[in-house]
Design a binder for this molecule. Structure first.
Ligand SMILES: Cc1ncc(C[n+]2csc(CCOP(=O)(O)OP(=O)(O)O)c2C)c(N)n1
Length: 344
């Protein structure tokens, strides 16, 4: 079996990851933040199920290593663009958990002042320009921001997170072409989780490999196991150096799998042709967080008791911030005209 096929096979890449020669303190911090992001998303899943959250939430549980590994290489002066499933993209940059909670609840104290909900997030203080639900809608915006960064010559770059489904939009091909032609410092991070809503990649494309679009546009690329934080970190570091040194765009295709279905708390194992509970269970063995935890424990840097304590303290913090957000006020209705409708 070649590497490409292996990467899509849930039976491979489930062992502890290789952490030798990597900064141990960073690894523990990665583990802590990824665990926090996951618990936050599980909390949101529960609250959505209970009905406390009114709007839809698209959760990326299982994909945490991608945002973590890339964000650890970025500066707050960079321009990061997400999509409809962007809680991790935002949180891995160090954004406010309370701000996210309040936004999802539609509160005045939310990151977008309660006007956006889960799919319209923005926090410029950490470099997160924004996310929108229109699939691939942010890809050309990231290219534009990268172009502006190139002209400004301050060494900044932009990031475009997109899914395998988004690569089916024509605007992605136009964006790749333009980025390559003008050597724009933009990193295209494809989170290839094999699914677009409920449809498997094999029903939508002639190949599993989305990085072929980089090849046809002469863009350097890496195709990696997206559930291995070290692989993501290294590929991202290479892409970031390339962009900051004037090398232009870089595409990373990170193979992963989401544990929950397209939207909200359900697993969607009973819909779609290719997602079964059996397949989901196999992919869970490739859990990016557990694989890192096992490596840390094996190296004597961590132990199970510390994980238990960590989970408890994160859950307590989540509850406090959630309760605070629940008690915050809703924006005045009149604010919609000021904040959503733009009149010149
Ligand atoms: C232009 C557009 N077409 C269709 C949709 C409906 N839609 C929302 S998410 C989604 C699937 C996107 O799949 P992918 O890019 O692989 O990301 P994933 O959801 O797997 O993270 C679709 C088709 C949309 N929001 N925008």
């Amino acid at each position: 079996m070649n590497k490409l096929n292996e990467l899509f096979n849930p039976n491979f890449y489930n062992k502890p990851i290789k952490i030798d020669n990597f900064n141990k303190e960073d690894l523990v911090n990665f583990f802590k933040l990824m665990t926090k992001i996951r618990l936050i998303e599980f909390h949101l899943a529960d609250e959505r199920k209970k009905g406390t959250i009114g709007g839809p939430v698209h959760l990326g549980i299982g994909q945490e290593a991608i945002a973590m590994g890339l964000s650890a290489n970025l500066e707050s002066s960079d321009y990061v663009f997400g999509a409809h499933r962007s809680h991790a993209h935002l949180l891995a940059l160090g954004s406010s958990v309370k701000g996210l909670f309040a936004e999802i609840l539609g509160k005045e104290t939310g990151l977008s002042k309660g006007m956006g909900g889960s799919m319209h997030l923005s926090d410029r203080s950490v470099g997160f320009v924004g996310s929108v639900p229109i699939v691939a809608g942010t890809v050309p915006l990231a290219v534009g921001a990268g172009f502006a960064a190139k002209i400004a010559q301050k060494g900044n770059l932009s990031v475009s997170y997109l899914g395998d489904g988004a690569t089916e939009e024509g605007v992605v091909q136009e964006s790749l072409n333009l980025a390559s032609l003008y050597k724009i410092p933009v990193i295209f991070m494809i989170e290839n989780n094999l699914l677009s809503s409920h449809m498997h990649l094999s029903e939508r494309q002639t190949s599993f490999d989305c990085s072929r679009f980089a090849k046809t546009n002469s863009i350097p690329y890496r195709m990696i196991d997206g559930n291995d934080i070290i692989e993501v970190y290294k590929a991202s570091s290479c892409a970031v150096k390339n962009a900051r040194n004037g090398g232009g765009p870089f595409l990373i295709e990170a193979i992963t799998y989401r544990w929950l279905g397209h939207v909200d708390w359900r697993e969607d194992v009973d819909v779609g042709l290719s997602r079964s509970i059996k397949e989901l269970k196999m992919w869970k063995k490739r859990d990016p967080i557990e694989r890192l935890e096992n490596s840390l424990i094996k190296s004597g840097l961590w132990d199970k008791k510390s994980t238990d304590n960590l989970i408890k303290s994160i859950k307590d913090e989540i509850q406090i911030l959630w309760d605070e957000a629940l008690n915050d006020p809703y924006p005045e209705k009149s604010q919609t005209l000021k904040r959503v409708f733009c009149k010149k």
